[in-house]
Design a protein around this ligand. Structure first.
Ligand SMILES: [Zn+2]
Length: 266
């Protein structure tokens, strides 16, 4: 589905269309970065933020922490780099520059990229091969911690206390993905971040964030079955899923659903 092409795209700068190529995805990211609010645009700040965001994307896309350092060396030696040809980067920022520039940018400002990619896949008919069981699109809901520390923390941290008095501070998010049997790839959908007002226990945070995601995305996707683990398998959560028009397949462990298992056994 994805193929690499030189940047910039050879065709006109329209929206994503039939053949969703890698450069189209990068182009969608470019367009969203150009749409960042004015208060974040300074003299050359906009270009710097763009390069920083593309740099961060490149590191995650290539799964190589040293990608940018290698590209800087290549640019100095050959006057051109893969960072430029593949990702359309101008200057290649260092890790600290990326952190400084991206810290003030709210992640939600990039969420439209997820929607654009999904819509492009749907319009081009790519999602039909992902649909199974009576035309259902399977969306796996799961939470992930993307930061944890016993020392470093901020006002937005969730925290977990232990009997020995230690506290772990963490940030987590729900990262829903479209999955299909037999496929190794997933299609990422926009995440939902957990914030402390959601609750205190990890599971409370994740559940509440998942509820928020479901409410926000209700009706967005056609014929969806939500997949989730045992922590979602609670009656109020199931009722909410049905209220929002989702089908669901949830893990139901015997030790957390004793009454249900007793009922099944009788
Ligand atoms: Zn924090």
């Amino acid at each position: 589905m994805l193929r690499c092409q030189p940047f910039p795209p050879s065709r006109g700068g329209g929206s994503l269309t039939e053949t969703l190529a890698f450069d189209d995805l990068v182009q969608a990211l470019h367009q969203q970065l150009a749409a960042l609010p004015d208060d974040q645009k300074g003299k050359n700040t906009q270009y710097a933020i763009k390069d920083a965001a593309l740099g961060a994307f490149a590191v995650f896309f290539t799964q190589s922490p040293s990608f940018l350092a290698y590209q800087r060396t290549m640019q100095q030696a050959k006057g051109r780099s893969n960072a430029e040809s593949l990702f359309g980067m101008g200057d290649i920022p260092c890790d600290n520059q990326i952190r400084t520039l991206l810290d003030p940018v709210a992640p939600a400002q990039l969420f439209p990229v997820f929607a654009e990619v999904y819509d492009a896949l749907e319009e081009a008919g790519h999602l039909s091969s992902w649909r199974v069981f009576a035309d259902q699109l399977l969306i796996a809901l799961d939470g992930t911690e993307y930061f944890a520390s016993k020392e470093i923390h901020c006002a937005g941290c969730s925290q977990r206390s232990y009997a020995n008095g230690q506290v772990t501070y963490f940030h987590q998010a729900i990262t829903p993905v479209i999955v299909a049997p037999g496929r190794h790839e997933v299609i990422s959908l926009e995440p939902e971040f957990s914030t402390p007002p959601d609750g205190h226990a990890k599971q409370d945070c994740e559940q509440v964030a998942a509820k928020r995601w479901m409410a926000r995305q209700a009706g967005r996707y056609r014929s969806v079955t939500i997949w989730g683990d045992d922590l979602y398998c609670k009656q109020p959560f199931c009722e909410l899923l049905l209220d929002h028009g989702y089908n669901f397949i949830l893990v139901c462990k015997p030790d957390s659903h004793t009454t249900l298992y007793e009922w099944v056994a009788t």
